[in-house]
Design a protein around this ligand. Sequence first.
Ligand SMILES: [Mn+2]
Length: 326
Amino acid sequence: MNLDFERAGEVLGGATQVALACHVNPDADALGSMLGLAAFLRSRGIVTVCSYPNEPLEPPRWASMLPGSDRLVPARRFPKDPAVMVTCDCAAFDRLAQLGSAATRAGELIWIDHHRSNDGLGTIPLIDPSASSTCEMVFRLIEAMGGEMSDDTAMCLYAGLVTDTGKFQYEATTPETLRVAARLREHNFDHARLVQALYEDNPAAYLSLVGLALGRLEHVVDADLVWTYLTQADLQEAGVHPGDTDDLIDVIRTARDVDVAAIVKQQKDGRFKVSVRSRGGHDLASIAGTFGGGGHRLAAGYTSDHGPAETVEILARALRGQPAVP
Ligand SMILES: [Mn+2]
């Protein structure tokens, strides 16, 4: 893999202002990589502006733990034609939504990502599907640029490393990932409180919603699949924000009887977002890709225009057509 970290470092180091964006509905890797890199650039006297395309922004609760999250600006205040722009953790160009026009017009576009399926390459593509997280890649970029990393940057990057590796569980956790984590932990930040904010911060109502979703669990034996769903009405009744249900798939995926777990969740626009996870037997990035989504081999997602039952019927058909790897 010939990733031009040096060229990206030169462009960033020579910039007076850098505009950074991450994907819509950001997770901790997206926000952590963007805010971590921004804090590093600011420590070198570079003016930064950070955004993502949710209107209003409504950052997840844990985001307040990440230094710099108080400086996020809404997409409408993002530069229209930035000289230098960085995107973080975007598997596809449309994940930038209304920030895509700025990316198209940017003088230099540094595209940092670790998703295998990727169509947004920028003028300087830094795309490494073998990296655990975009945060790990930002760590490498900062190393290539040289200079001191602040505690603030370390905390932001650590958040993405922890979450995108499933707390250092997934196969993408390499010896290098753990070395990077160790280097970050040498810095002074409250890692225990950070991880608690990321994983143990549910309203009690969320647990009832988990109960509802688990009660609806269905098993499609010949497609090697378990699945469940939640509607907007379910979320509203429980008073739970859709972003608070991101970890629900991690309960479903523990089912050992099948290879694939799916949750079908209705979005505000009425469409259903499908999150799928494999225990190792299916390539979900390619399946999600055929439905206009993307992701990683064992963890992917897409949006469906159908209701939950029909969505899962179509998914089951795709899974049957792709025999499990023994
Ligand atoms: Mn990521």
